[in-house]
Write a protein that binds this ligand. Structure first.
Ligand SMILES: [Ca+2]
Ligand SMILES: [Ca+2]
Ligand SMILES: [Ca+2]
Ligand SMILES: [Ca+2]
Length: 228
């Protein structure tokens, strides 16, 4: 059982310290949660989760699983076991229900629609064995699952918007900085920005990489390194 499974017994505020110490974190994972789409008009039939591998070699996903976390009690309401799958170098892995409704779906793991809760908030966590290697809470903060600052905007229930990492795979472990509302791109490079994601012509305005780097402080770090 994952150490996260301890959450299944619930927790009290005084127990949080002990609980959080039971979950191990890694901040340098090559595979991360890259894009999610949990809301579409009417019944949610085209939900998906996209992972991205920023590594230079393909990786087995045998030890990987995705946990979907219910914001009302911080418990997992669904586990997606990725045993037997692989993600290619600089590649994507997409989970969905009906593969005819989600482009590039690699794993149609359920026949259910509306398997992905709409907030607010809820969360998604990626595990490698017992280690939580990446997590994202959406539409608010959720203890243990929000990295840094909370991502507040909601996937706005059109069929062409999602929540995507601003630059594929780039992870500062701050949800508010790392993600933004995006045009859906399952299995392909994310398109960040709040432009017009009309189905006939996606025209979102990407955030310039320099602006993102400035926001994460990486430019400052680069500057410090160069002055040494
Ligand atoms: Ca949903
Ligand atoms: Ca959506
Ligand atoms: Ca992260
Ligand atoms: Ca994408």
């Amino acid at each position: 059982m994952k150490q996260y499974g301890l959450l299944q017994y619930g927790f009290l505020p005084l127990g949080l310290l002990a609980l959080s110490s039971s979950i191990s974190f890694s901040s340098h994972a090559a595979v991360v949660i890259n894009e999610i789409d949990y809301d579409q008009p009417g019944t949610d039939t085209a939900e998906f989760i996209e992972l991205y591998n920023s590594g230079s070699s393909s990786m087995s996903l045998d030890a990987f699983s995705v946990e979907l976390i219910n914001g009302t009690n911080s418990l997992s309401y669904r586990t997606i076991d990725l045993s037997g799958f692989e993600i290619s170098a600089d590649g994507y892995f997409v989970m969905c229900s009906d593969a005819s409704l989600v482009a590039n779906c690699d794993y149609s793991f359920t026949t259910s629609s509306s398997w992905f809760q709409n907030g607010a908030p809820d969360a998604i966590a990626l595990f490698e064995s017992d280690s939580m290697i990446d997590s994202l809470s959406y539409e608010g903060s959720l203890l243990l699952f929000t990295e840094g600052d909370a991502f507040l905007p909601g996937d706005n229930a059109t069929d062409i918007t999602s929540i995507g990492r601003i630059i594929d795979g780039l992870d500062s472990n701050n949800n508010a900085l790392d993600f933004q509302l995006s045009c859906i791109t399952p299995g392909s490079a994310n398109i960040g920005g709040m432009g017009d994601c009309s189905e006939t012509g996606i025209s979102a305005v990407p955030v310039p990489a320099a602006a993102w780097l400035f926001g994460t402080g990486l430019i400052g770090l680069i500057g410090v390194a160069r002055r040494k």
